[in-house]
Design a protein around this ligand. Structure first.
Ligand code: BEZ
Length: 210
């Protein structure tokens, strides 16, 4: 199944290390990060899950629930979690979906047969409270993801959902933002951005929201 930005995230029911998960119901009114791992007891995945556990407070601050997936069983996941906790000096504090039947992996197109016939690649989806897919990234098995970048994208999405702005390249929370080109009316600009803005070009206008 091809999933594109703006699509409703496919719903599913599957077992996890924290019991059966009915995905949409589990998300509730939160944002969600669903991310796949090629297999249990693999080195890169172990570091990724440790990092995610350590970022719990950052995800909570942004009203985000995280859900990992690996194609192994719940029993194997529990054994792996002991190892993650031990080697990464943390406590895994989010569920890991078991997907031995590849149901969710296939639903989210996480298996790329020309990369590996049976294991998932490193897919990651950010889903908003309306259950719409807002970011899709796909990394190869050999490259661990940057979870600070995931938080940065969530900050951008949450900011730009509420203001008529977009975030420039390499933007970090607190940096200047750009005013969307669709706003040209002077009165609207003055009302929305009383702090003013810097028009480098008519289409390239920076403003400071702080
Ligand atoms: C890993 O998580 O370390 C990994 C998994 C599959 C292939 C290569 C690396």
């Amino acid at each position: 199944m091809t999933i594109r930005l703006g699509d409703t995230a496919p719903d599913f029911e599957q077992d996890s290390t924290e019991g059966r998960i009915h995905f949409h119901q589990w998300l509730g009114n939160s944002w969600g990060v669903l991310f796949s791992h090629p297999a249990d007891f693999t080195p890169v995945c172990t570091t990724e899950l440790g990092l995610t556990a350590k970022l719990k407070a950052e995800f909570e601050l942004r009203n985000v629930k995280v859900l990992a997936l690996s194609v192994d069983s719940v029993d194997k996941h529990h054994q792996w979690i002991d190892d993650i906790n031990d080697t990464q000096n943390t406590t895994v504090n989010f569920p890991i979906l078991a997907d031995p039947d590849r149901k969710v992996s296939e639903l989210y197109d996480m298996i790329h047969p020309n990369a590996n016939a049976t294991l998932t690649v490193r897919s990651l989806f950010i889903i908003d409270p309306q259950k719409k897919v807002r970011l899709i990234i796909t990394y190869p098995a050999s490259t661990g993801r940057n979870f600070n970048e995931i938080l940065r994208v969530i900050d951008s999405l949450q900011l730009t959902d509420n203001e008529k702005v977009a975030t420039p390249g390499n933007w970090q929370a607190g940096d200047r933002v750009v005013i969307v080109p669709s706003i040209q009316d002077e009165a609207e600009l003055a009302a929305r951005f009383p702090q003013g803005y810097d028009a480098v070009r008519p289409y390239l206008r920076f403003t400071d929201l702080h």
